[in-house]
Design a protein around this ligand. Structure first.
Ligand SMILES: [Zn+2]
Length: 334
């Protein structure tokens, strides 16, 4: 909230451009999006919508005219350079709106984007755990969800409608669990929710043809595991299996090595030394996290910082983040 007020003040006083021109940061600002469009009525996880098509178009137009928008392959050169204002645009997961809405906007503005896909969803479309939890909570006829053994007390769902706080509580609990338990937790919620229909989720993920077309037009396709687990909750072997199979599918379908990878969930504790060892074995050049920050020459190549773009990021805040990333996109220290 404070950032928004400062960003607005910089915009109203017309000083943002001046301050930006005096303080040109060395580094790369890596933006991260998930879905583009209007998720207001979605039965799924509405927090995955990063921007409307109009807002994304406006953001990309601003980037195209004020920055050097780069691909991950350009990061070493950008970090070595003392000139320019470098920004990379990345997307996680592989939702179809990335192809249908974001990709045409990127092309129209002539800038590259990077798409990290969970190959299991591309190969065999199915609902991912976060969207299933959101669907079950929203569709539940109950006012209260029994989660004995999983949560300290039954979860109050309220009278229906959005139910975002309850969804958030369950997603947080899910992410904390070891993988075997997270599957049992999800099965429990399925049973306890009283929902027995499967949600329709056709036209949900991109397919390989779409990804090939995007690759052929200058987009980078990177890895995001097979089934999108929180990697640090898996054994070393399970982690390596997720990463190796993801790399293999990218190579088979796109004929590209998995040079770039984004950690599912992306929090500081969502990956560990086993993840890093496997990434190194596979020859991955950069792996991207997702808890804020601005990439500099000192950044760890397997913990490259990205900042979230979400619907609360308005025009002024977006421009302040882009022009003054060392102020507005600092990495949290906690
Ligand atoms: Zn993801």
């Amino acid at each position: 909230m404070k950032s928004r007020i400062v960003a607005k003040a910089l915009a109203l006083t017309g000083t943002r451009g001046l301050v930006a021109s005096l303080t040109r940061p060395d580094g790369v600002l890596i933006l991260n999006y998930h879905r583009i469009g209007d998720g207001g009525d979605s039965p799924f996880d509405r927090e995955l919508w990063s921007a409307s098509a109009e807002a994304f178009d406006e953001q990309v137009a601003f980037l195209a005219s004020h920055c050097d928008v780069i691909s991950p392959a350009d990061i070493p050169a950008a970090l070595a350079s003392r000139r320019g204002r470098h920004v990379a645009i990345t997307f996680d997961d592989g939702y179809r709106d990335n192809y249908e809405i974001a990709y045409p906007i990127l092309r129209r503005h002539g800038v590259p984007g990077t798409f990290f896909v969970a190959t299991g969803f591309i190969d065999k479309p199915r609902i991912p755990w976060w969207d299933e939890i959101a669907h079950l909570v929203r569709a539940s006829p109950l006012r209260r969800l029994d989660a004995a053994g999983w949560l300290d007390e039954p979860l109050d769902l309220g009278p229906g409608g959005d139910r975002t706080p309850a969804i958030r509580t369950l997603l947080k609990a899910y992410k904390r669990l070891p993988s075997a338990e997270s599957a049992r937790f999800l099965a429990h919620i399925r049973g306890a929710s009283g929902v027995d229909d499967d949600p329709a989720f056709d036209r949900y993920w991109m397919d390989w043809d779409m990804l090939r077309e995007m690759r052929d037009h200058g987009m980078t396709i990177g890895g995001h595991t097979v089934s999108h687990p929180v990697l640090s909750r898996l054994s070393a072997d399970e982690q390596c299996d997720e990463l190796t199979t993801c790399a293999m599918r990218l190579r088979e379908e796109l004929h590209t090595p998995m040079d770039f990878f984004a950690y599912p969930v992306g929090a500081r504790d969502a990956f560990d030394a086993n993840t890093r060892a496997c990434l190194a074995d596979l020859g991955v050049r950069y792996a991207f996290s997702y808890y804020g920050g601005f990439a500099t020459r000192d950044s760890d190549r397997y913990d490259m910082p990205r900042v979230a773009i979400e619907t609360h990021v308005d025009t002024d805040l977006f421009r302040a983040m882009v022009q003054l990333p060392h102020v507005f996109c600092r990495r949290p220290y906690t």
